[in-house]
Design a protein around this ligand. Structure first.
Ligand SMILES: Nc1ncnc2c1ncn2[C@@H]1O[C@H](COP(=O)(O)OP(=O)(O)O)[C@@H](O)[C@H]1O
Ligand SMILES: [Mg+2]
Length: 466
């Protein structure tokens, strides 16, 4: 069931609470309490009833229930919590917010069903899946920058299991504040219907390294156990947000699955990799490079195919050239440009005039995503670099921006790792991957600074090549 109240949505099966579309971190027991109360919102639920149903009557410390409710209130935010939960003195609790029915998939996450240019990767993923059906484990690590299509590819992988007698669990890691340690794996256990004792262990293990490793073993055991009945596909999205213990557990499980019929597929953004993620992934890829599924931007043919699917007719060569230049083959940016083109303004001028595009909220959001992984210093630096053109020379940049060459190189490396720049092949030469991102950076630069830089660049260039 999907329940809506205030600006929240509570997805009982998906174990997810969102507020205005953004995930809210809730402790597992607090989540269960919330579901139980929503389902019985017409009356007061007594403390005893909650203890019986949520804790299965297991003896717990006296204040555990109060603490769980307090934690739930914090997740909802105190000022909002009063409009959702009523504490009935000495008796129990009541859910008091109005509940509305929510259509599942009323707002699909992916507005487009199009899927182009990934057949070689899909073929390799299908092969791994078949190996799992034949009786062994497999790991696939899908990487790429923001908007390159990691989530979309996972959605295609999710179509493999149904119809082949395999079971599937899918999960997204969240960046939200206050997500408990090991939360992603706790959710997997829940989806698998693991014993409550193991779930409780997860909570207890978070503070004690030794118990943690025992837990890793139990967790792996639980997956193997589940896979004995039917092959199991585990899909994990946004692994870059997982907490450190979760990443360690991920590495452990990936190695210890042996011949259990488990297909472990994880997607992560390599635009900003923290150390534990880099080490975990690096180790797994060294052991078996066939686990690597690195997404690259769509090529010209795929861009043309996507344009045709979305516009309903073949796009002109000029439009295609423009699309490619502005988006660098990034599907998220392409969809934005194509959506606007399809919305009745198929004039190339629209695509020419990026200011129309940039006034669109979703486009801005898609572009912000491209820059979001970069430090502020890097973004500021790129704002200046954008004045030098879509392709520029690092040697030229440093004196005119008054940034030390070593520091400039660091920032250029950061932007390259973050998929905003790429090297052109000529030494010291860099290129903006997406023209749109360059446009946004240029707009963000104060006008006076831009004029100043433009003048300096002109002068430097005229003295160099008279
Ligand atoms: N191969 C593809 N063909 C068509 N559309 C795609 C493709 N890959 C991604 N998209 C679309 O581009 C957008 C961004 O993709 P998404 O999977 O969310 O990126 P990521 O998870 O890498 O940030 C989505 O709207 C998605 O449907
Ligand atoms: Mg994604």
């Amino acid at each position: 069931m999907l329940y809506g109240f205030l600006d929240f949505e509570l997805d009982e099966q998906g174990f997810e609470l969102t507020r205005a579309g953004a995930p809210v971190a809730v402790q597992p027991k607090a989540f269960d309490v919330l579901v139980y109360l929503v389902q019985r919102r017409e009356r007061v639920v007594t403390k005893k009833e909650l203890l019986d149903h949520v804790w299965g009557g297991v003896k717990i410390q006296e204040n555990t229930l109060a603490q769980t409710v307090a934690s739930l209130r914090r997740s909802l935010h105190e000022e909002v919590a009063d409009r959702v939960l009523e504490t009935v003195r000495t008796r129990g609790y009541r859910f008091i917010a109005e509940v509305r029915a929510v259509e599942r998939n009323a707002a699909p996450r992916s507005p487009s069903q199009a899927f182009v240019g990934r057949e070689p990767l899909m073929q390799a993923l299908r092969t791994k899946f078949e190996e799992v059906l034949d009786g062994t484990s497999a790991v696939a690590l899908i990487s790429g920058g923001p908007g390159l299509g990691k989530t979309r590819l996972l959605a295609e992988v999710a179509k493999l299991a149904p119809g082949r007698g395999a079971r599937q669990v899918a999960l997204r890691c969240h960046r939200a504040e206050g997500v408990p340690e090991l939360w992603p794996f706790q959710q997997i256990l829940r989806q698998l219907g693991a014993e409550p004792a193991l779930l409780d262990e997860v909570g207890a293990a978070s503070s004690d390294p030794e118990r943690r490793f025992l837990l890793f073993d139990h967790f792996t055991g639980a997956l193997k156990h589940a896979a004995r009945r039917e092959p199991l596909v585990v899909l994990l999205d946004d692994l870059q947000w997982a907490d450190v213990p979760s990443l360690l557990l991920f590495g452990y499980v990936a190695r210890e699955l042996a011949d259990a019929r488990v297909f472990l597929v994880a997607a992560y953004s390599d635009a900003s990799m923290q150390n534990t993620l880099a080490r975990t992934i690096g180790g797994l890829l060294r052991e078996d490079p066939s686990r690597r599924f690195a997404l690259t931007p769509l090529g010209k043919e795929s861009v043309a195919e996507l344009a045709e699917q979305l516009l309903g007719h073949r796009a002109s060569p000029e439009l295609l050239a423009r699309l490619f230049l502005k988006t660098g083959g990034n599907p998220a940016l392409l969809l934005q440009m194509l959506a606007l083109s399809a919305a009745g303004c198929e004039r190339p001028s629209l695509v020419e005039d990026t200011s129309a595009l940039l006034s669109d909220d979703t486009t801005r959001a898609a572009i912000a995503l491209q820059l979001g992984a970069l430090s502020e210093a890097c973004q500021n630096f790129l704002g200046m670099a954008a004045v030098f053109g879509s392709e520029f020379d690092a040697c030229e940049l440093s004196p005119l921006t008054q940034i030390e060459p070593v520091r400039a190189l660091e920032l250029l490396n950061e932007a390259t790792r973050g998929h905003v720049l790429s090297k052109t092949g000529k030494p010291q030469a860099y290129r903006f991957r997406h023209g749109l991102v360059q446009d946004v950076l240029l707009r963000g630069l104060p006008a006076a600074r831009r004029v100043e830089l433009e003048t300096a660049i002109r002068e430097a260039r005229s003295t160099r090549s008279p």
